[in-house]
Design a protein around this ligand. Sequence first.
Ligand SMILES: Cc1cc2nc3c(=O)[nH]c(=O)nc-3n(C[C@H](O)[C@H](O)[C@H](O)COP(=O)(O)OP(=O)(O)OC[C@H]3O[C@@H](n4cnc5c(N)ncnc54)[C@H](O)[C@@H]3O)c2cc1C
Ligand code: SF4
Ligand code: SF4
Length: 376
Amino acid sequence: MAQAIMGQKELTAQVRDAGLCTGCGACVNLCPYQVFYHDRTIVLNACDIAAGRCHAFCPRTPVDLEALRERFFEASEFTPEIGPVKAFFITRAADAQLRRQAQHGGTVSALMSQALQEGLIDAAVVAEGRERFMHDGATVHQSEELRKRAKSKFIVSPTIAEFNRTARSQAQRIGVVATPCQAFALAKMRFKPELTSGDNPIDKLKLLIGLFCGFTLSWAKLIELLQTRTGLNEITGMEVPPGEGVLEVFTAAGALRFPMEEVEPLVREACRYCIDTTAEYADLSVGSARFSENWEETRSWNQVVVRTRTGLELMERARESGVLEFRDVPAGNLETLKKAALKKKKAAVKNLVEKSGSADDLLYLNAQDRVIAALR
Ligand SMILES: Cc1cc2nc3c(=O)[nH]c(=O)nc-3n(C[C@H](O)[C@H](O)[C@H](O)COP(=O)(O)OP(=O)(O)OC[C@H]3O[C@@H](n4cnc5c(N)ncnc54)[C@H](O)[C@@H]3O)c2cc1C
Ligand code: SF4
Ligand code: SF4
């Protein structure tokens, strides 16, 4: 299925109004007509361009997945569950203070920091928290600035809108930390570089670190829930500890626990149709580690799936310089990750079939694609 590039009107009908919008921000800062507001994009003015970049880059418009795989993945390294795997590690930042500031082992912040210090990139686009628990993309140029933006925000950050802005600035070599849907939007830009030349050069993207991602929550619904128990500006972090069935919310006064039955209705609808857990289109992807029942120990480590030569070289330099600590990967770890990722893909396809009412209509996915077809 070749990609049919359309305009703003179709993007609104096929994605925003259809509940498929992930809030990635890829359609923002390309033109003056769309902006980000709270945790979603809104149209300020109608645009009559028939084939727009917003539609081309959106991760929720149809695209030829096989062509993307051929363009980005080595066939011998491809796995249907988690994309390409060049190498798999368990690591954490050697800097213990960074680990305390980070979500898990601080691998993401440590690697981005190393990339800035080495000059591989001169700007890093990450997510940062703002007032009233809203989030935004931010561009930093100093490695110390990264640790202030560490930790996972389970709310959408319009990181790709910030990438679009930064790509037009003086920055020449950009690194991005992205969720899977955001990494996919950047892959679509890389796939159609002719659309990004001129004012928004995608070839400035030199490093893409992906995050594993299970879901994001609706900002409006989440703050309604949180406000029942704490002030929004008191929140210092969040976690979903494996197997405990709760969302932990950390505040200066201690941790609050919300049962997942209360949290699940807050998951953004778009995430229910998501087939990517591990950011398959990144240079390397990072999630929390899984190696023992003792979460207090495990939570300070990360799983890392390396996908490209750029990712592998960065990991090798991090090992040599001592920026990252490595430990043995327990037997079966990669298989467990694959199983979890496959479960999410199958659930997404099921949800898409339910939404469209037809097993042959998967909305933004091609039901005939060989990997998608195998999921049905
Ligand atoms: C919405 C979300 C869902 C996740 N779900 C899972 C999961 O199901 N399983 C799993 O193993 N891991 C999940 N993760 C990843 C995990 O929480 C950690 O980000 C990862 O383990 C890296 O840890 P770290 O200590 O190296 O990160 P840190 O060094 O703390 O760096 C985290 C980086 O992520 C950026 N970031 C934070 N929130 C967002 C966001 N919403 N959008 C874009 N960038 C962001 C920060 O700016 C920072 O650069 C999720 C992350 C997010 C943001
Ligand atoms: S590009 Fe991203 S933010 Fe824009 S409509 Fe598509 S999913 Fe939503
Ligand atoms: S679950 Fe999928 S759609 Fe939702 S934020 Fe994560 S990567 Fe994006």
